[in-house]
Design a protein around this ligand. Structure first.
Ligand code: F6P
Length: 334
């Protein structure tokens, strides 16, 4: 019988990345050192692309979370989820602190990943802005106008960063804003933006703007070559209004952070608890944004991250707490 029936507080898990950042994570989590890097992979059962272990979360008892879930998917994920996904959580959550602008890149869809990368998941993602710094916190999302394939390929081969960035919609952001990033849509998170990121559980990226970020072009196309990799790029114009939501003013007990277009990929809500709240049974990844209290038996405060197995049942939150609850997609009942 599995003992994984209680929420578990997690330490930071910061695999090496190629870009600067991390001070906001250190401040948020009250860490001593700000040098651990710009990303914290929370409750991760996903390794970095091409790596065996980097990125995976270790439970406090020393097991990889991935192995614990594999040993008992129904305990961790519930019977319905396990029937659809097996031991796959179908979710990756990160804290990401962009200490510099990230490169322009995009991610494959499920169909592209299945056809070329041997995986059922692509990497649709979404961002919940939880902090900003500097004079101009901006994200860049989707092309402003349709871009012909030859133009995109030309930008990549000449590494025309200025053209690539200028082709994207800039969006100023502040805490409480959310951005849905469908597979294929090119994007770059700007300097000074600190987010909770939800995504499908892969590390597949096509880095259009590799120069100045990656060692060489080879690191940017998933081993497919840019000719093939750029087939996953969404070159049609996007309207930021369709992708960005401003949720800061919403303070209900549970505020849905994304709209229906995110439902096939993941769910997130912001819980505002004052007193007690009982949460329905579910696998969940929690990031506590404000306040202090308890999540089941676990004491939590700003900066806490907690993974909750489905078998924890109805979990009670107490105290004055604002937290983001991240969950995999709900599996339709047949
Ligand atoms: O996928 P890359 O090129 O490593 O990009 C870095 C980061 O950019 C993101 O895709 C956010 O846009 C992160 O999930 C990822 O870790």
């Amino acid at each position: 019988m599995s003992s994984d029936t209680q929420p578990v507080a997690l330490e930071a898990n910061q695999p090496r990345q190629f870009y600067r950042g991390g001070a906001a994570i250190a401040a948020f989590r009250s860490q001593d050192s700000a040098d651990a890097g710009p990303e914290d992979w929370v409750a991760s059962t996903t390794a970095q692309f091409g790596k065996d272990e980097a990125g995976l979360t270790r439970l406090p008892d020393g097991r990889w979370l991935r192995d614990a879930v594999a040993a008992d998917p129904e305990v961790w994920l519930g019977a319905e989820h396990a029937a659809e996904f097996g031991a796959d959580t179908a979710l990756l959550v990160k804290l990401l602190d962009a200490g510099q602008r990230l490169p322009v890149h995009c991610h494959p869809s499920d169909a592209f990943a299945a056809a070329h990368l041997g995986c059922r998941h692509g990497k649709t993602e979404a961002w919940i802005v939880i902090g900003t710094s500097g004079p101009d916190p901006t994200v860049y999302i989707g092309f402003r106008e349709d871009v012909p394939a030859a133009v995109a390929a030309g930008w990549v081969s000449t590494q025309d960063s200025a053209a690539m960035l200028a082709a994207l919609n800039p969006v100023k952001v502040s805490p409480g804003d959310t951005v849905f990033v469908p597979a294929g849509v090119p994007h770059a998170i700007g300097e000074g933006v600190f987010i909770v990121e939800l995504q499908q559980p892969t590390d597949f990226s096509v880095t259009l703007e590799w120069k100045g970020f990656l060692a060489d072009a080879e690191a940017g196309h998933l081993g497919l070559g840019y000719d093939k990799a750029l087939d996953c790029l969404e070159r049609r114009a996007q309207s930021p209004d369709d992708l960005v939501r401003r949720t800061r003013a919403l303070t209900g007990r549970s505020v849905d952070l994304f709209d229906a277009q995110a439902d096939p990929f993941f769910r997130a809500d912001r819980l505002h608890v004052s007193g007690t709240a009982a949460l329905e049974p579910s696998f969940g990844v929690f990031v506590v944004l404000e306040g202090a209290g308890t999540l089941g038996p676990v004491a939590v405060h700003r900066g806490s991250t907690v993974v909750v197995p489905h078998a924890a049942g109805e979990v009670v939150v107490t105290g004055d707490v604002v937290a983001v609850r991240c969950r995999p997609p709900s599996v339709p009942r047949s």
